[in-house]
Design a protein around this ligand. Structure first.
Ligand code: SAM
Ligand code: SF4
Length: 348
C-alpha cells in the first residue's frame, strides 16, 4: 500500500496538487530553510555576542525538516537552500542532505544547495558533492585575518580558506557572499572581487540589512551599495548581464577579470516584483517575506497529523497572504532595527 506522502507526490504529478501561486501571480519555486539558529561565529551584523538560542525541543527534528521540505517540493518548489545559523553545525545535517537528495534523483528538484560560513567545509565538502550538491555560497567579508576575527568575533580565516579549498577540490562551485560594512571592509572589496574571480568564483556583495537587535549601531554599519558600485566602477568596467540564479542578486560581468559580480540591495532597490521564494525557520515558522513580520506556523499542522493535508492547507493559506513587497527602514530617530528577528532565524 502507498503511504499518504507517496500519494501526495502522485497527485502533484497528476496535476491535482495546486502549485504555489501568490496573489500577485508569482509562482513560489524556491524555499530557504534555516536548519538551526545556532552558529560557531558571532558576526557583528548578524548576532549579539551573548545570543540566547532556542531550546532544542522547539526545533523541528531532521525527519520533520525532511517532511516539510518534501511537502514544498510536492507543491512545486524546485530549489532548496539550507541555511541557518550555520547549517553545517546542526548535528546529523548530512542525514537531511542525503534524504533530500532523493528529490534530485527523482527530478522533482533542480537544485539542493546551502549557504555556509565555511568553517566545517574541510569536513563535509566531499560528502556534500557526493550527495548531489553542486553549488554552495560561502560568506566571507574580508581576507585580513584580524578583520575577519573582528567581524566574526569567533571565526578563524585560515579554517574558512581551507574550507573553500576543500569545496573547490571536491568539485563544488563556490560563490562568495560579502556584506559591505562601512569603515570595515569597504576599502577591500575590489581586492576581494579580484581574489574571488582569480579562483573562478562568482562574488555577490550584500548591503547590510536592519534585522535583529545586535547591540551595534546599524547606522554605523550601513554602506549603500550605490556607493560601493560607483567605487568599483572606477576600478573595473562593469557590464550589466542578464544572469539569474533564482535569487535577488543583480549581476554584472567585470571586464578586467571576466568574472561575475552580483549586488543585493534590499534597502536601496526593490526586487520584490520577481520574488519567487519563501523562508522557513528551524521551528517550522514560514515567513512569506524576509522584510515583513507576517508568518505562518507549520509545526502545528506538521505534528497534528501523519498525512500532509493540514500542512498543505497551512502552506496554501500562507502563500495567499504573501505580501507584495518589503519595507526595510533603519529607524533613524530611535536607531532601532525595522524588524526584531535576526538573520540567523530566517537564514538570510
Ligand atoms: N551561517 C551561514 C553564513 O554565514 O553564510 C548562513 C546563514 S547567514 C545568516 C546567511 C547570510 O546572511 C550570510 O551571507 C551573512 O553574511 C548574511 N547576513 C547576516 N546578517 C545580515 C544582515 N544584517 N544584513 C545583510 N546580510 C546579513
Ligand atoms: Fe553565523 Fe552566518 Fe550569522 Fe555569521 S552570518 S553569525 S556565520 S549565521
Amino acid at each position: 500500500m502507498q503511504s499518504p506522502r507517496t500519494l501526495d507526490f502522485e497527485s502533484y504529478r497528476n496535476g491535482t496538487l495546486p502549485a504555489l501561486i501568490d496573489p500577485f501571480g508569482r509562482t513560489i519555486s524556491y524555499l530557504r530553510v534555516s536548519v538551526t539558529d545556532r552558529c560557531d561565529f558571532r558576526c557583528v551584523y548578524c548576532m549579539a555576542e551573548n545570543m540566547t538560542f532556542l531550546p532544542k525541543a522547539n526545533l523541528l527534528t531532521l525527519e520533520e525538516l525532511d517532511r516539510l521540505c518534501s511537502a514544498f517540493v510536492a507543491k512545486g518548489v524546485r530549489k532548496l537552500r539550507l541555511s541557518g545559523g550555520e547549517p553545517l553545525v546542526r548535528r546529523g545535517i548530512m542525514t537531511l542532505v542525503e534524504s533530500l537528495s532523493r528529490h534530485l534523483t527523482s527530478g522533482a528538484l533542480d537544485e539542493l544547495t546551502l549557504t555556509t560560513n565555511g568553517s566545517q567545509l574541510t569536513k563535509y565538502a566531499d560528502e556534500l558533492k557526493a550527495k548531489g550538491v553542486k553549488r554552495i555560497n560561502v560568506s566571507l567579508d574580508t581576507l585580513d585575518p584580524n578583520k575577519f576575527r573582528a567581524i566574526t568575533r569567533w571565526g578563524e580565516l585560515d579554517k574558512v580558506l581551507a574550507g573553500i579549498d576543500a569545496a573547490q577540490a571536491a568539485g563544488l562551485h563556490v560563490k562568495i557572499n560579502a556584506v559591505a560594512l562601512k569603515g570595515v571592509n569597504e576599502d577591500e572589496l575590489a581586492s576581494l572581487v579580484e581574489w574571488a574571480h582569480g579562483r573562478g568564483m562568482d562574488i555577490t556583495i550584500i548591503e547590510v540589512m536592519p534585522l535583529g537587535d545586535i547591540g551595534e549601531e546599524r547606522l554605523d554599519q550601513y554602506l549603500p551599495l550605490s556607493i560601493v558600485r560607483a567605487r568599483l566602477g572606477e576600478r573595473f568596467t562593469l557590464d550589466e548581464i542578464d544572469y539569474q540564479t533564482g535569487g535577488p542578486a543583480r549581476y554584472t560581468r567585470v571586464q578586467e577579470t571576466g568574472g561575475r559580480l552580483g549586488f543585493i540591495t534590499p534597502m536601496t532597490h526593490n526586487f520584490c516584483e520577481s520574488c519567487n521564494r519563501v523562508r522557513v525557520t528551524c521551528t517550522g515558522t514560514l515567513y512569506m517575506c524576509l522584510g515583513q513580520n507576517d508568518a505562518a506556523d507549520l509545526r502545528t499542522p506538521l505534528r497534528q497529523s501523519e498525512a500532509n493535508d493540514l500542512l498543505y492547507r497551512a502552506i496554501d493559506d500562507a502563500i495567499a497572504r504573501k505580501p507584495k513587497g518589503h519595507d526595510f527602514i533603519i529607524d533613524r530617530r530611535h536607531r532601532r532595527p525595522a524588524l526584531s528577528r535576526h538573520m540567523s532565524v530566517t537564514g538570510g
